[in-house]
Design a binder for this molecule. Structure first.
Ligand SMILES: [Zn+2]
Length: 208
């Protein structure tokens, strides 16, 4: 039996908080009309150490790939036996945001919704790189990319429901693949938080 003792397999590095600060400052500069400073700060937040951290989780040599070598890939259900809906609706996403806030429920890093990243990609295409391969993507926006993660993986029969979804970062979501938290010693994330962090995913300044 595996003991559930960790919140995540790889703790975040300090550069992620630094990038979050730089991105917050960039948003302020943008809405104050200083696009040169905004672009400079977006560039500065593209920190190579964050990419290395991401790769150490989801990459070929990452912590989960090591687990696959020892445990093998979990068996998945045939497509017809899975929940026919995999992507949550916008209203379910909003409910999850309200419950979980803007931090990864596994590793705790600050997150940014895809829609916000795309806004900055369009305004600052040279700074917010978003190419087809992983190294061609802005390191901070990639690691901090908000996910709606199935706690019991969809491919193993997990439902697309408020009870089974939680907000996570891209490395924690894609890294975990189809493992259950119990199989790899992760603590089931708490989704009944009394206090959410003050990080708001760069959403100040945006009108919903
Ligand atoms: Zn995470």
């Amino acid at each position: 039996m595996t003991l559930n003792v960790k919140r995540c397999l790889k703790e975040p590095i300090s550069e992620i908080s630094l990038a979050a600060d730089l991105l917050s400052q960039s948003v302020l500069a943008h809405f104050e009309g200083d696009s040169i400073l905004a672009e400079h700060l977006l560039n500065k937040a593209d920190i190579p150490a964050i990419r290395d951290w991401t790769e150490s989780i989801w990459g070929q040599a990452g912590v989960y790939s090591q687990l696959v070598k020892t445990l093998g890939n979990p068996k998945t259900l045939p497509k017809n036996d899975r929940d026919s809906i995999r992507i949550p609706s916008k209203s379910l996403e909003l409910e999850l945001l309200k419950r979980d806030g803007f931090n990864c429920r596994f590793c705790g890093i600050p997150l940014i919704r895809k829609e916000i990243r795309i806004f900055f990609q369009k305004k600052y295409p040279n700074a917010v790189r978003w190419g087809k391969t992983n190294p061609e993507q802005h390191a901070a926006f990639q690691a901090m990319w908000m996910q709606f993660d199935h706690l019991i993986p969809h491919a193993r029969g997990g439902k697309t429901s408020k009870e089974n979804l939680l907000i996570t970062c891209a490395p924690c979501n894609y890294g975990r693949m189809n493992f259950l938290v119990d199989e790899i010693g992760l603590i089931k994330p708490n989704t009944d938080l009394e206090n959410l962090s003050t990080w708001n995913g760069l959403e100040n300044g945006f009108i919903h």
